[in-house]
Write a protein that binds this ligand. Structure first.
Ligand SMILES: Nc1nc2c(ncn2[C@@H]2O[C@H](COP(=O)(O)OP(=O)(O)OP(=O)(O)O)[C@@H](O)[C@H]2O)c(=O)[nH]1
Length: 464
Protein backbone atom coordinates (compact mmCIF):
# COMPACT_ATOMS: atom_id res chain seq x y z
CA UNK A 1 0.00 0.00 0.00
CA UNK A 2 1.00 3.58 -0.67
CA UNK A 3 4.39 2.61 -2.11
CA UNK A 4 4.53 5.66 -4.33
CA UNK A 5 4.08 8.13 -1.45
CA UNK A 6 6.60 6.28 0.66
CA UNK A 7 9.15 6.49 -2.06
CA UNK A 8 8.61 10.22 -2.47
CA UNK A 9 9.09 10.77 1.23
CA UNK A 10 12.33 8.81 1.44
CA UNK A 11 13.62 10.49 -1.68
CA UNK A 12 13.12 13.90 -0.09
CA UNK A 13 15.47 12.87 2.68
CA UNK A 14 18.03 11.51 0.23
CA UNK A 15 17.93 14.67 -1.83
CA UNK A 16 18.46 16.93 1.14
CA UNK A 17 21.35 14.80 2.22
CA UNK A 18 22.91 15.03 -1.20
CA UNK A 19 22.41 18.76 -1.28
CA UNK A 20 24.03 19.39 2.09
CA UNK A 21 26.89 17.00 1.58
CA UNK A 22 27.68 18.35 -1.83
CA UNK A 23 27.81 21.86 -0.43
CA UNK A 24 29.93 20.75 2.51
CA UNK A 25 32.27 18.98 0.17
CA UNK A 26 32.86 22.20 -1.72
CA UNK A 27 33.49 23.94 1.59
CA UNK A 28 35.91 21.21 2.75
CA UNK A 29 33.56 20.74 5.67
CA UNK A 30 33.00 17.01 5.42
CA UNK A 31 34.45 13.92 6.98
CA UNK A 32 33.48 10.29 6.90
CA UNK A 33 32.54 8.60 10.17
CA UNK A 34 32.73 5.03 11.29
CA UNK A 35 29.05 4.72 12.26
CA UNK A 36 26.39 3.33 9.98
CA UNK A 37 23.77 5.20 8.10
CA UNK A 38 20.11 4.89 9.01
CA UNK A 39 17.76 4.33 6.15
CA UNK A 40 14.67 6.52 6.02
CA UNK A 41 12.25 3.83 7.14
CA UNK A 42 14.47 2.60 9.92
CA UNK A 43 12.73 5.16 12.11
CA UNK A 44 9.57 3.13 11.93
CA UNK A 45 9.25 0.25 14.29
CA UNK A 46 7.63 -3.04 13.56
CA UNK A 47 4.98 -4.78 15.59
CA UNK A 48 4.54 -8.15 14.02
CA UNK A 49 2.02 -9.42 16.53
CA UNK A 50 -0.52 -6.76 15.67
CA UNK A 51 0.13 -7.41 12.01
CA UNK A 52 -0.70 -11.07 12.39
CA UNK A 53 -3.85 -10.29 14.40
CA UNK A 54 -5.24 -8.08 11.69
CA UNK A 55 -4.77 -10.72 9.01
CA UNK A 56 -6.72 -13.50 10.64
CA UNK A 57 -9.84 -15.25 9.41
CA UNK A 58 -10.73 -13.75 6.09
CA UNK A 59 -14.13 -14.96 4.94
CA UNK A 60 -14.13 -14.72 1.18
CA UNK A 61 -17.00 -13.12 -0.70
CA UNK A 62 -18.06 -15.57 -3.38
CA UNK A 63 -16.65 -14.53 -6.73
CA UNK A 64 -19.91 -15.05 -8.61
CA UNK A 65 -21.44 -11.98 -6.95
CA UNK A 66 -19.02 -9.49 -8.52
CA UNK A 67 -15.55 -9.92 -9.73
CA UNK A 68 -12.98 -7.40 -8.68
CA UNK A 69 -12.48 -4.56 -11.07
CA UNK A 70 -9.53 -4.91 -13.41
CA UNK A 71 -7.76 -1.92 -12.02
CA UNK A 72 -7.86 -3.35 -8.54
CA UNK A 73 -4.92 -5.56 -9.29
CA UNK A 74 -3.92 -6.88 -5.95
CA UNK A 75 -1.00 -8.95 -7.13
CA UNK A 76 1.54 -6.35 -6.04
CA UNK A 77 -0.35 -5.77 -2.90
CA UNK A 78 -0.14 -9.29 -1.68
CA UNK A 79 3.42 -8.28 -1.20
CA UNK A 80 2.54 -5.10 0.51
CA UNK A 81 -0.03 -6.88 2.64
CA UNK A 82 2.83 -8.96 3.88
CA UNK A 83 4.69 -5.80 4.61
CA UNK A 84 1.93 -4.36 6.76
CA UNK A 85 3.18 -2.87 9.94
CA UNK A 86 1.25 -1.60 12.85
CA UNK A 87 1.56 0.83 15.72
CA UNK A 88 4.42 1.98 17.87
CA UNK A 89 6.80 3.12 15.23
CA UNK A 90 7.93 6.49 16.45
CA UNK A 91 10.86 5.26 18.46
CA UNK A 92 13.71 7.63 17.87
CA UNK A 93 11.84 10.04 15.64
CA UNK A 94 9.11 10.84 18.14
CA UNK A 95 11.43 12.49 20.61
CA UNK A 96 13.26 14.69 18.21
CA UNK A 97 10.08 15.60 16.34
CA UNK A 98 8.96 17.52 19.41
CA UNK A 99 12.42 18.73 20.17
CA UNK A 100 12.28 21.26 17.46
CA UNK A 101 15.55 22.52 16.08
CA UNK A 102 17.74 21.07 18.77
CA UNK A 103 20.93 19.31 18.01
CA UNK A 104 20.76 15.55 17.86
CA UNK A 105 21.86 13.40 20.77
CA UNK A 106 25.53 12.48 20.61
CA UNK A 107 24.72 8.76 20.82
CA UNK A 108 22.99 8.82 17.48
CA UNK A 109 26.31 9.22 15.80
CA UNK A 110 28.75 7.62 18.17
CA UNK A 111 27.16 4.19 18.32
CA UNK A 112 27.69 2.15 15.21
CA UNK A 113 24.25 1.35 13.83
CA UNK A 114 23.08 -1.73 12.06
CA UNK A 115 21.77 -0.30 8.87
CA UNK A 116 22.71 -0.25 5.24
CA UNK A 117 23.87 2.91 3.64
CA UNK A 118 22.28 4.49 0.67
CA UNK A 119 25.00 4.75 -1.88
CA UNK A 120 24.44 1.50 -3.70
CA UNK A 121 21.48 0.38 -1.69
CA UNK A 122 19.59 3.56 -2.32
CA UNK A 123 19.20 2.54 -5.90
CA UNK A 124 18.26 -0.96 -4.90
CA UNK A 125 15.70 0.32 -2.43
CA UNK A 126 14.21 2.59 -5.03
CA UNK A 127 13.84 -0.14 -7.54
CA UNK A 128 11.91 -2.25 -5.09
CA UNK A 129 9.01 0.10 -5.45
CA UNK A 130 7.29 0.66 -8.76
CA UNK A 131 6.77 4.33 -9.31
CA UNK A 132 5.81 6.83 -11.93
CA UNK A 133 8.14 8.00 -14.65
CA UNK A 134 8.90 11.29 -12.99
CA UNK A 135 11.03 9.56 -10.42
CA UNK A 136 13.59 8.67 -13.02
CA UNK A 137 13.88 12.29 -13.99
CA UNK A 138 14.56 13.29 -10.44
CA UNK A 139 17.61 11.07 -10.17
CA UNK A 140 20.48 13.50 -10.09
CA UNK A 141 24.09 12.93 -10.76
CA UNK A 142 25.93 12.39 -7.54
CA UNK A 143 28.95 14.39 -6.48
CA UNK A 144 32.48 13.04 -6.59
CA UNK A 145 32.29 12.34 -2.94
CA UNK A 146 29.33 10.06 -3.49
CA UNK A 147 30.84 8.45 -6.51
CA UNK A 148 33.93 7.49 -4.57
CA UNK A 149 31.79 6.14 -1.82
CA UNK A 150 29.65 4.21 -4.29
CA UNK A 151 32.65 2.69 -6.00
CA UNK A 152 33.99 1.55 -2.72
CA UNK A 153 30.69 0.15 -1.58
CA UNK A 154 30.04 -1.63 -4.80
CA UNK A 155 33.03 -3.83 -4.17
CA UNK A 156 31.91 -4.86 -0.75
CA UNK A 157 28.94 -6.35 0.98
CA UNK A 158 27.47 -3.31 2.68
CA UNK A 159 25.55 -5.30 5.22
CA UNK A 160 28.83 -6.41 6.68
CA UNK A 161 30.67 -3.15 6.41
CA UNK A 162 30.44 -0.05 8.50
CA UNK A 163 30.36 3.26 6.69
CA UNK A 164 28.10 5.63 4.88
CA UNK A 165 28.03 8.01 7.80
CA UNK A 166 29.30 11.51 7.26
CA UNK A 167 29.68 14.42 9.55
CA UNK A 168 30.23 18.07 9.02
CA UNK A 169 33.34 19.55 10.58
CA UNK A 170 31.31 22.66 11.30
CA UNK A 171 27.57 22.04 11.82
CA UNK A 172 25.41 23.13 8.89
CA UNK A 173 22.09 24.90 9.17
CA UNK A 174 19.28 24.00 6.78
CA UNK A 175 18.17 27.06 4.85
CA UNK A 176 15.23 27.76 2.55
CA UNK A 177 17.67 27.69 -0.34
CA UNK A 178 18.66 24.10 0.44
CA UNK A 179 15.02 23.06 0.40
CA UNK A 180 13.66 25.06 -2.50
CA UNK A 181 14.14 22.53 -5.31
CA UNK A 182 13.67 19.52 -3.09
CA UNK A 183 10.29 20.65 -1.81
CA UNK A 184 9.18 21.69 -5.24
CA UNK A 185 10.01 18.20 -6.42
CA UNK A 186 8.15 16.73 -3.46
CA UNK A 187 5.09 18.84 -4.20
CA UNK A 188 5.09 17.79 -7.85
CA UNK A 189 5.54 14.18 -6.79
CA UNK A 190 2.60 14.38 -4.43
CA UNK A 191 0.40 15.90 -7.11
CA UNK A 192 1.41 13.17 -9.53
CA UNK A 193 0.47 10.69 -6.81
CA UNK A 194 -3.07 12.09 -6.82
CA UNK A 195 -2.66 14.03 -3.62
CA UNK A 196 -4.98 17.05 -3.65
CA UNK A 197 -3.30 20.41 -4.30
CA UNK A 198 -4.15 21.88 -0.90
CA UNK A 199 -2.83 18.80 0.84
CA UNK A 200 0.43 18.81 -1.12
CA UNK A 201 0.92 22.49 -0.27
CA UNK A 202 0.15 21.92 3.39
CA UNK A 203 2.69 19.08 3.59
CA UNK A 204 5.39 21.09 1.87
CA UNK A 205 4.79 24.21 4.01
CA UNK A 206 4.87 22.21 7.19
CA UNK A 207 8.07 20.39 6.23
CA UNK A 208 9.70 23.66 5.32
CA UNK A 209 8.73 25.30 8.61
CA UNK A 210 10.04 22.31 10.47
CA UNK A 211 13.37 21.95 8.70
CA UNK A 212 14.54 25.50 8.06
CA UNK A 213 16.95 26.50 10.79
CA UNK A 214 17.76 23.01 11.96
CA UNK A 215 21.41 22.42 12.70
CA UNK A 216 22.92 19.32 11.17
CA UNK A 217 26.04 17.59 12.33
CA UNK A 218 25.78 14.22 10.65
CA UNK A 219 24.11 12.59 7.72
CA UNK A 220 21.84 10.57 10.02
CA UNK A 221 20.48 13.83 11.45
CA UNK A 222 19.21 14.76 8.01
CA UNK A 223 17.34 11.48 7.65
CA UNK A 224 15.92 11.76 11.13
CA UNK A 225 14.78 15.36 10.82
CA UNK A 226 13.29 14.86 7.39
CA UNK A 227 11.50 11.72 8.52
CA UNK A 228 10.05 13.56 11.51
CA UNK A 229 9.11 16.64 9.51
CA UNK A 230 7.25 14.58 6.93
CA UNK A 231 5.62 12.34 9.46
CA UNK A 232 4.43 15.29 11.53
CA UNK A 233 3.10 17.03 8.43
CA UNK A 234 1.15 13.93 7.39
CA UNK A 235 -0.08 13.33 10.93
CA UNK A 236 -1.65 16.81 10.91
CA UNK A 237 -3.33 16.11 7.59
CA UNK A 238 -4.87 12.75 8.34
CA UNK A 239 -6.03 13.30 11.88
CA UNK A 240 -9.62 14.50 11.39
CA UNK A 241 -11.53 14.39 14.67
CA UNK A 242 -14.79 12.45 14.77
CA UNK A 243 -16.58 9.64 16.54
CA UNK A 244 -16.28 6.08 15.34
CA UNK A 245 -19.37 4.35 13.99
CA UNK A 246 -19.24 1.92 16.88
CA UNK A 247 -19.36 4.79 19.39
CA UNK A 248 -22.34 6.22 17.53
CA UNK A 249 -24.20 2.89 17.59
CA UNK A 250 -23.66 2.75 21.32
CA UNK A 251 -24.89 6.31 21.80
CA UNK A 252 -28.07 5.60 19.83
CA UNK A 253 -28.57 2.28 21.57
CA UNK A 254 -28.53 4.08 24.89
CA UNK A 255 -31.52 6.08 23.59
CA UNK A 256 -33.28 2.90 22.41
CA UNK A 257 -32.81 3.88 18.75
CA UNK A 258 -31.01 2.30 15.81
CA UNK A 259 -28.11 4.11 14.14
CA UNK A 260 -29.29 4.82 10.60
CA UNK A 261 -26.49 5.00 8.02
CA UNK A 262 -27.04 5.91 4.41
CA UNK A 263 -24.34 5.08 1.84
CA UNK A 264 -23.85 7.26 -1.21
CA UNK A 265 -21.37 7.49 -4.06
CA UNK A 266 -20.94 6.99 -7.75
CA UNK A 267 -21.42 3.62 -9.48
CA UNK A 268 -19.17 0.72 -8.81
CA UNK A 269 -17.11 2.14 -5.96
CA UNK A 270 -18.02 -0.74 -3.69
CA UNK A 271 -21.04 0.48 -1.70
CA UNK A 272 -22.93 -2.78 -1.75
CA UNK A 273 -19.89 -4.88 -0.92
CA UNK A 274 -19.03 -2.46 1.89
CA UNK A 275 -22.53 -2.77 3.31
CA UNK A 276 -22.11 -6.56 3.33
CA UNK A 277 -18.77 -6.16 5.11
CA UNK A 278 -20.19 -3.76 7.69
CA UNK A 279 -23.20 -5.99 8.36
CA UNK A 280 -20.73 -8.82 8.99
CA UNK A 281 -18.45 -6.59 11.09
CA UNK A 282 -21.22 -5.42 13.41
CA UNK A 283 -22.92 -8.79 13.55
CA UNK A 284 -19.64 -10.16 14.88
CA UNK A 285 -19.56 -7.36 17.44
CA UNK A 286 -22.93 -8.55 18.74
CA UNK A 287 -25.25 -6.04 17.07
CA UNK A 288 -28.17 -6.89 14.77
CA UNK A 289 -28.01 -4.90 11.55
CA UNK A 290 -30.72 -4.63 8.92
CA UNK A 291 -30.05 -3.65 5.31
CA UNK A 292 -32.33 -1.49 3.15
CA UNK A 293 -32.22 -2.31 -0.58
CA UNK A 294 -32.77 1.31 -1.58
CA UNK A 295 -31.00 0.96 -4.92
CA UNK A 296 -34.21 0.26 -6.81
CA UNK A 297 -32.74 1.83 -9.92
CA UNK A 298 -29.98 -0.45 -11.24
CA UNK A 299 -30.89 -3.85 -12.69
CA UNK A 300 -29.60 -6.59 -10.43
CA UNK A 301 -28.90 -4.28 -7.50
CA UNK A 302 -31.58 -5.78 -5.23
CA UNK A 303 -30.38 -9.32 -6.03
CA UNK A 304 -26.79 -8.31 -5.31
CA UNK A 305 -27.49 -6.84 -1.90
CA UNK A 306 -29.85 -9.73 -1.17
CA UNK A 307 -27.01 -12.12 -1.86
CA UNK A 308 -24.73 -10.36 0.62
CA UNK A 309 -27.47 -10.14 3.26
CA UNK A 310 -28.09 -13.90 2.93
CA UNK A 311 -24.40 -14.75 3.09
CA UNK A 312 -23.81 -12.65 6.15
CA UNK A 313 -27.11 -13.62 7.73
CA UNK A 314 -28.92 -10.32 8.19
CA UNK A 315 -32.45 -9.18 7.32
CA UNK A 316 -32.97 -7.28 4.05
CA UNK A 317 -35.87 -4.88 3.56
CA UNK A 318 -36.70 -4.67 -0.15
CA UNK A 319 -39.43 -3.55 -2.51
CA UNK A 320 -39.89 -4.04 -6.26
CA UNK A 321 -37.32 -2.72 -8.72
CA UNK A 322 -38.29 0.82 -9.71
CA UNK A 323 -40.14 1.51 -6.47
CA UNK A 324 -39.48 4.58 -4.31
CA UNK A 325 -36.09 4.12 -2.61
CA UNK A 326 -37.07 6.55 0.17
CA UNK A 327 -39.96 4.25 1.09
CA UNK A 328 -37.60 1.25 1.31
CA UNK A 329 -35.27 3.17 3.61
CA UNK A 330 -38.19 4.33 5.74
CA UNK A 331 -39.50 0.77 6.11
CA UNK A 332 -36.07 -0.49 7.14
CA UNK A 333 -35.84 2.16 9.86
CA UNK A 334 -39.33 1.25 11.12
CA UNK A 335 -38.39 -2.43 11.09
CA UNK A 336 -35.25 -1.79 13.12
CA UNK A 337 -37.15 0.28 15.66
CA UNK A 338 -39.89 -2.33 15.99
CA UNK A 339 -37.42 -5.21 16.33
CA UNK A 340 -34.91 -3.43 18.56
CA UNK A 341 -32.15 -3.70 15.95
CA UNK A 342 -29.22 -1.38 16.46
CA UNK A 343 -28.09 -0.59 12.93
CA UNK A 344 -29.76 0.25 9.61
CA UNK A 345 -27.53 0.17 6.52
CA UNK A 346 -29.16 1.87 3.53
CA UNK A 347 -27.78 0.93 0.11
CA UNK A 348 -28.51 3.59 -2.49
CA UNK A 349 -28.00 3.64 -6.24
CA UNK A 350 -24.65 4.78 -7.54
CA UNK A 351 -24.98 8.14 -9.24
CA UNK A 352 -22.76 10.72 -10.84
CA UNK A 353 -22.67 13.98 -8.96
CA UNK A 354 -23.67 15.68 -12.21
CA UNK A 355 -26.98 13.78 -12.52
CA UNK A 356 -29.44 16.25 -11.03
CA UNK A 357 -32.44 13.90 -10.96
CA UNK A 358 -30.59 11.17 -9.14
CA UNK A 359 -28.97 13.67 -6.78
CA UNK A 360 -32.48 14.98 -5.96
CA UNK A 361 -33.68 11.43 -5.34
CA UNK A 362 -30.79 10.94 -2.93
CA UNK A 363 -31.79 14.11 -1.06
CA UNK A 364 -35.32 12.73 -0.78
CA UNK A 365 -34.07 9.47 0.77
CA UNK A 366 -32.18 11.59 3.28
CA UNK A 367 -35.26 13.69 4.11
CA UNK A 368 -37.45 10.64 4.60
CA UNK A 369 -35.11 8.20 6.35
CA UNK A 370 -33.39 10.91 8.43
CA UNK A 371 -30.08 9.04 8.65
CA UNK A 372 -27.76 9.76 11.54
CA UNK A 373 -24.84 9.32 9.22
CA UNK A 374 -24.45 9.87 5.50
CA UNK A 375 -21.35 8.05 4.35
CA UNK A 376 -19.65 8.67 1.04
CA UNK A 377 -18.12 5.50 -0.36
CA UNK A 378 -15.19 6.29 -2.65
CA UNK A 379 -12.82 4.11 -4.61
CA UNK A 380 -9.24 4.81 -3.45
CA UNK A 381 -7.93 3.76 -6.85
CA UNK A 382 -9.59 6.72 -8.52
CA UNK A 383 -7.32 9.07 -6.56
CA UNK A 384 -8.11 12.73 -6.98
CA UNK A 385 -11.45 11.91 -8.61
CA UNK A 386 -12.60 10.31 -5.38
CA UNK A 387 -11.68 13.48 -3.49
CA UNK A 388 -13.51 15.67 -5.98
CA UNK A 389 -16.60 13.43 -5.95
CA UNK A 390 -16.64 13.52 -2.16
CA UNK A 391 -16.56 17.33 -2.29
CA UNK A 392 -19.50 17.39 -4.68
CA UNK A 393 -21.58 14.94 -2.65
CA UNK A 394 -20.71 16.91 0.45
CA UNK A 395 -21.99 20.11 -1.16
CA UNK A 396 -25.18 18.36 -2.29
CA UNK A 397 -26.09 16.31 0.75
CA UNK A 398 -23.68 17.17 3.59
CA UNK A 399 -21.92 13.89 4.18
CA UNK A 400 -20.66 12.93 7.63
CA UNK A 401 -17.82 10.57 6.82
CA UNK A 402 -16.05 8.57 4.17
CA UNK A 403 -15.28 4.94 3.47
CA UNK A 404 -12.50 4.37 1.00
CA UNK A 405 -12.64 1.01 -0.75
CA UNK A 406 -9.86 -0.87 -2.54
CA UNK A 407 -7.18 0.65 -0.32
CA UNK A 408 -5.58 -2.81 -0.54
CA UNK A 409 -4.83 -2.22 -4.21
CA UNK A 410 -3.84 1.42 -3.93
CA UNK A 411 -0.15 2.05 -4.50
CA UNK A 412 -0.52 5.83 -4.81
CA UNK A 413 -2.37 6.71 -1.62
CA UNK A 414 -3.50 10.14 -2.87
CA UNK A 415 -7.16 9.73 -1.93
CA UNK A 416 -6.40 8.24 1.47
CA UNK A 417 -4.15 11.16 2.29
CA UNK A 418 -6.39 13.89 0.91
CA UNK A 419 -10.07 13.08 1.14
CA UNK A 420 -10.67 13.71 4.84
CA UNK A 421 -8.59 16.88 4.88
CA UNK A 422 -10.29 18.37 1.82
CA UNK A 423 -13.87 17.85 2.98
CA UNK A 424 -13.07 18.11 6.70
CA UNK A 425 -14.88 14.85 7.44
CA UNK A 426 -13.31 11.73 8.89
CA UNK A 427 -12.54 8.50 7.08
CA UNK A 428 -14.49 5.85 8.99
CA UNK A 429 -13.36 2.62 7.38
CA UNK A 430 -10.97 1.38 4.72
CA UNK A 431 -11.95 -1.44 2.38
CA UNK A 432 -9.02 -3.82 2.23
CA UNK A 433 -10.11 -6.55 -0.17
CA UNK A 434 -13.02 -8.61 -1.39
CA UNK A 435 -13.64 -10.77 1.67
CA UNK A 436 -16.34 -9.91 4.19
CA UNK A 437 -13.66 -9.44 6.81
CA UNK A 438 -11.57 -7.18 4.60
CA UNK A 439 -12.51 -3.92 6.21
CA UNK A 440 -10.86 -2.02 9.00
CA UNK A 441 -11.88 0.91 11.11
CA UNK A 442 -9.77 3.85 10.10
CA UNK A 443 -7.03 4.67 12.54
CA UNK A 444 -4.69 7.59 11.87
CA UNK A 445 -1.80 5.92 13.72
CA UNK A 446 -2.12 2.80 11.62
CA UNK A 447 -2.22 4.93 8.50
CA UNK A 448 0.92 6.79 9.55
CA UNK A 449 2.60 3.50 10.17
CA UNK A 450 1.70 2.33 6.69
CA UNK A 451 3.25 5.45 5.24
CA UNK A 452 6.33 5.70 7.41
CA UNK A 453 7.63 2.24 7.92
CA UNK A 454 8.71 -0.50 5.66
CA UNK A 455 8.75 -4.12 6.60
CA UNK A 456 11.90 -5.96 5.83
CA UNK A 457 13.93 -2.81 6.22
CA UNK A 458 17.28 -3.45 7.79
CA UNK A 459 18.42 -1.49 10.74
CA UNK A 460 15.13 -0.59 12.39
CA UNK A 461 15.92 1.78 15.21
CA UNK A 462 14.72 0.19 18.38
CA UNK A 463 16.34 2.30 21.02
CA UNK A 464 18.18 5.49 20.92
N1 LIG B 1 -9.93 -5.05 -3.90
C1 LIG B 1 -11.08 -4.60 -3.43
N2 LIG B 1 -12.21 -4.69 -4.16
C2 LIG B 1 -13.37 -4.22 -3.65
C3 LIG B 1 -13.40 -3.60 -2.37
N3 LIG B 1 -14.68 -3.20 -2.14
C4 LIG B 1 -15.41 -3.55 -3.23
N4 LIG B 1 -14.63 -4.17 -4.14
C5 LIG B 1 -15.02 -4.66 -5.45
O1 LIG B 1 -15.52 -3.58 -6.23
C6 LIG B 1 -16.51 -4.03 -7.15
C7 LIG B 1 -17.74 -3.13 -7.08
O2 LIG B 1 -18.38 -3.29 -5.83
P1 LIG B 1 -19.95 -3.04 -5.62
O3 LIG B 1 -20.21 -3.27 -4.19
O4 LIG B 1 -20.75 -3.81 -6.60
O5 LIG B 1 -20.08 -1.50 -5.99
P2 LIG B 1 -21.32 -0.53 -5.83
O6 LIG B 1 -20.78 0.79 -5.44
O7 LIG B 1 -22.36 -1.12 -4.98
O8 LIG B 1 -21.83 -0.44 -7.29
P3 LIG B 1 -23.19 0.26 -7.80
O9 LIG B 1 -24.29 -0.62 -7.33
O10 LIG B 1 -23.02 0.26 -9.28
O11 LIG B 1 -23.24 1.59 -7.22
C8 LIG B 1 -16.77 -5.48 -6.78
O12 LIG B 1 -16.05 -6.29 -7.67
C9 LIG B 1 -16.19 -5.63 -5.37
O13 LIG B 1 -15.73 -6.92 -5.09
C10 LIG B 1 -12.16 -3.50 -1.63
O14 LIG B 1 -12.08 -2.95 -0.52
N5 LIG B 1 -11.05 -4.01 -2.21
Amino acid sequence: MFESLKKKFSRTSDKLEEELIEEAQEENNLEEESGKKFSFFSFGKKDKKEEEDSKSDIAEIPQEVESISDEADTSDDEDSEDKKEKSGFWSFGKKSGDDKKEEPPEESAEEPKKSHFWSKNKEEDSSEVEDDDSDDETQEKKSHFWSRSNDKDSEEDEEDEPGGMFSFITAKTISEKHLEDILWELEMGLLEGDVAMEVASAVVDSVKDDLVGRKIKRSNDITEYTYNALRNAVAEIIDIPGKSMTEMIEAKKAQGEPLVVMFVGINGTGKTTTIGKLANYYLKKGYTPVIAAADTFRAGAIEQVNYHADNVGVKLIKHQKGSDPAAVAFDAVEHAKAQGKELVLIDTAGRMQTNTNLMDEMKKIKRVAKPDLVVFVGDALTGNDATQQASKFNEAIDIDGVILTKADADSKGGASLSIGYVIKKPILFLGMGQGYDDIREYDADWMLNQLFSESGEEGTVDEV
